[in-house]
Design a protein around this ligand. Structure first.
Ligand code: SF4
Length: 291
């Protein structure tokens, strides 16, 4: 039977004495009629794509068709050539890799939607940076991504993961929550810590609007990815210290669904309000239309 709530996930982890990734790869094997080995091989393929995307993204300064974005990762790399990142090498790598990935998305490059294209930089940024800094094996990286996938899948049972349906909380917010849970697992957190990391990441992004300028997945999407990748790490640090979310994670997701329903359609990818209709947002749109 499929696990569809975090409570069911927790019960299964405890009663079967298995990790989230063990349960999920078995479930996926049954659902897709594949041996677990092949499920894991497919996940590794996605991780390799993530690594390539980061490499390509870091080497490029090609602008998007709008001309608004595309050279910000290069600026970040130049900054770190001469300056140490405020919070060290891991911080530097996370925001650089996340930005490189989201810039590749605007160039229509190859990315892994995780869970969506607009939020594609958050999970790879943290996964690949952490793996390099802590020498994670391929198997450990696969476990990370399977765990992240299960968290996203459970949330998607209640809320459609699309800015047009529930705002950016359902895209970058969910990516951040997936990442937080997977990193907590990788760092040795038990099921309570993992679910607290998910809840803490998600509940602090409730109501995040989707108001892209001119309807393009560029402003604010590109820079939101590196910023929310760090948000996910903050949630993990709190959870690993034993700090709990007073609201259980399933209820946080209920609140997220309700928030998405109550949000005005003007703030759900229609570009009819918010950043899209600021003075500058409208000017950018006007210039683009005239090009
Ligand atoms: S602001 Fe909207 S389009 Fe941009 S990443 Fe978020 S949900 Fe996607």
């Amino acid at each position: 039977m499929s696990i569809t709530t975090f409570k069911e996930l927790k019960d299964a982890v405890i009663t079967q004495n298995k990790t989230i990734w063990e349960l999920t790869q078995e479930e996926e094997g049954v659902n897709s009629d594949l041996p677990v080995k092949e499920v894991r091989a497919e996940v590794l393929h996605h991780i390799k794509t993530m690594r390539e995307t980061i490499k390509t993204g870091m080497a490029s300064t090609e602008k998007s068709i709008s001309g608004w974005c595309g050279d910000d990762c290069d600026k970040l790399i130049k900054r770190y050539t001469n300056n140490r990142a405020l919070f060290g090498k891991l911080f530097e790598k996370i925001i650089t890799y996340s930005l490189a990935t989201s810039e590749e998305n605007l160039r229509m490059g190859r990315i892994v939607a995780c869970p969506t294209a607009g939020s594609c930089g958050i999970v790879p940024g943290v996964l690949i940076a952490y793996s390099e800094e802590y020498n994670l094996s391929d198997d450990e990286q696969i476990n990370f991504l399977i765990t992240a996938g299960k968290i996203g899948s459970i949330i998607s049972n209640k809320v459609q993961l699309a800015g047009a349906v529930a705002g950016c909380q359902a895209e970058c917010g969910v990516a951040s929550a997936m990442c937080a849970g997977a990193l907590a697992q990788t760092m040795g957190g038990d099921i309570n810590i993992i679910l607290n990391a998910v809840a803490l990441a998600m509940k602090n992004l409730l109501g995040l609007t989707c108001d892209p300028v001119c309807g393009l997945v560029e402003v604010p999407c590109i820079k939101r990815n590196p910023i929310l990748s760090i948000h996910s790490v903050s949630a993990v640090e709190l959870a690993m210290a034993g700090i709990e979310s007073k609201i259980p994670v399933d209820e946080v997701i209920d609140a997220m669904r309700q928030t998405g329903q109550l949000m005005s359609p003007m703030l759900k990818e229609s570009s009819l309000a918010g950043l899209a209709t600021t003075k500058t947002g409208l000017k950018l749109k006007e210039k683009l239309v005239q090009q």
